[in-house]
Design a protein around this ligand. Structure first.
Ligand SMILES: Cc1cc2nc3c(=O)[nH]c(=O)nc-3n(C[C@H](O)[C@H](O)[C@H](O)COP(=O)(O)OP(=O)(O)OC[C@H]3O[C@@H](n4cnc5c(N)ncnc54)[C@H](O)[C@@H]3O)c2cc1C
Length: 392
């Protein structure tokens, strides 16, 4: 539930009331602060709330965004409306605070508006900053729709579209464009020799490459782009020039952890990811956990892995609430479970068994049909309206 409690009202209007500078929600119970209301954040907040613990979820935007469904909006802008999901029904007792955490210590989190949230345990789940169009640049539904509409028009009118980055996002984006605009010249550029990345078998990348080529996409692997990621034409390190009217950046995200640098710079690895113990506790900081894309483990950055982290953190926080030591451990996954749709009817899946099993179009279709949007609404215990909901 989003609870505009008296305390929250006071925090929102600090001049109107006298309250301590640092707010502790749930003062009769140990208080848990989850930072970031994305895939793993909502999973954990809901699980802890369900078992009766006191949870505050603080997150940047007032509505959850289902990034897994985002790329279809590049060709069907109205699609984005249903990807914004209210947090109202997520928790029964806990609360969701809209705000951006700008610094964190072992005891409190400071938000951009000056609000300070105290906690007994905090969980860092701030995910990745991903470039548009994989994630809108705004948390507001109308603005996001306008942003995707403008892109859809540019894609429609472009003669040549180049996509930089042959990971799952670049592949899925190429598939959406090829599916919606058969015959459109689309070039996918990837720096390594195989598509998708190192947590899947080479057969998986090869299978997706074959399917893309069959749908008219030109796939160039082993090419290093040296021009800016939105610049036309695209210049390659070997001197080649790839003509394009529109260049789309699908090179992946960077972790949202800058806010940790002032107080907790010691927890970050050189890539800016949080170093955790197998219990998902932040190294040398017993009151802090981290999960999801921000974690420094060498494993796929996927919602599937993020949710596996959340389950371990939930067990360990439950143990802590009973005065026990954290015992649940996460073993980093070296192989990914992955479904990559190519438009609404094709794609492939990679199963992380026997070195990686590749399944064909029917598996891609499982995700491609609705990009799991209805599952996202169920995850937040929200009822999906016909026309989606608005964010603020
Ligand atoms: C286009 C696309 C398709 C994908 N498809 C799949 C798929 O099919 N399967 C799969 O398993 N994975 C997929 N992924 C990956 C998956 O979305 C991520 O791995 C997953 O969302 C990571 O979860 P998380 O909880 O770490 O962070 P996120 O889900 O990224 O959530 C982080 C949250 O923290 C908030 N936040 C950030 N900074 C702050 C701050 N300072 N203060 C407060 N809040 C903050 C953000 O606004 C966001 O709500 C896809 C990703 C993209 C972009």
């Amino acid at each position: 539930m989003v609870v505009p409690s008296e305390t929250l009202r006071c925090v929102a209007q600090p001049m109107a009331c006298t309250i301590p500078e640092t707010v502790f929600y749930g003062s009769f119970m140990k208080s848990i602060l989850v930072i970031g209301g994305g895939s793993s954040g909502v999973e954990l907040a809901r699980a802890l709330d369900d078992i009766g613990l006191d949870v505050t979820l603080v997150t940047r935007n007032s509505t959850f965004f289902w990034a897994i469904g985002a790329l279809r909006a590049a060709v069907e802008p109205a699609w984005v409306r249903q990807l914004f999901i209210p947090y109202d029904t997520l928790m029964r007792r806990g609360r969701v605070v809209t705000g951006t955490v700008t610094s964190l210590t072992d005891r409190e989190a400071t938000l951009a508006d000056g609000m300070v949230l105290g906690f007994d345990v905090a969980v860092i789940a701030t995910g990745s900053e991903v470039p548009f169009p994989a994630w809108p640049t705004t948390g507001m539904v109308a603005e996001a729709e306008a942003e995707y509409s403008a892109l859809a028009t540019r894609i429609e009118t472009a003669r040549l579209v180049a996509i930089i980055g042959g990971g799952p996002v670049g592949i899925e984006l190429a598939g959406e464009i090829a599916g919606a605009h058969p015959g459109k010249a689309v070039t996918l550029l990837e720096a390594s020799e195989t598509l998708v990345g190192r947590y899947t078998s080479t057969q998986f990348g090869a299978s997706l490459k074959r399917k893309l080529v069959r749908s008219g996409v030109t796939v160039l692997t082993g090419v290093a782009v040296v021009s800016a990621l939105d610049e036309t034409p695209v210049r390659l390190a070997d001197g080649r020039v790839i003509e394009a009217d529109l260049v789309l950046n699908a090179t992946g995200g960077r972790p949202n952890t800058e806010f940790l640098r002032p107080g907790l710079g010691d927890v970050l690895d050189p890539a800016g990811r949080v170093i955790v113990e197998p219990t998902m506790r932040v190294r040398d900081h017993p009151a802090l956990y981290a999960m999801g894309d921000v974690v420094a483990n060498d494993e796929p950055k996927t919602a599937i892995v993020a949710n596996a982290h959340a389950r371990v953190v939930a067990k360990n926080i439950l143990a802590w609430s009973r005065g026990e030591a954290p015992r649940a451990m996460h073993r980093a996954k070296t192989r990914a479970l992955m479904l990559v749709p190519l438009g609404k009817t094709g794609g492939a899946a990679h199963l992380p068994v026997l070195g990686g099993i590749v399944l064909g179009d029917f598996a891609g279709r499982m995700k491609g049909r609705d990009l799991f949007v209805s599952r996202a609404w169920a995850k937040l215990r929200a009822v999906m309206p016909e026309t989606g909901s608005g964010g603020t």
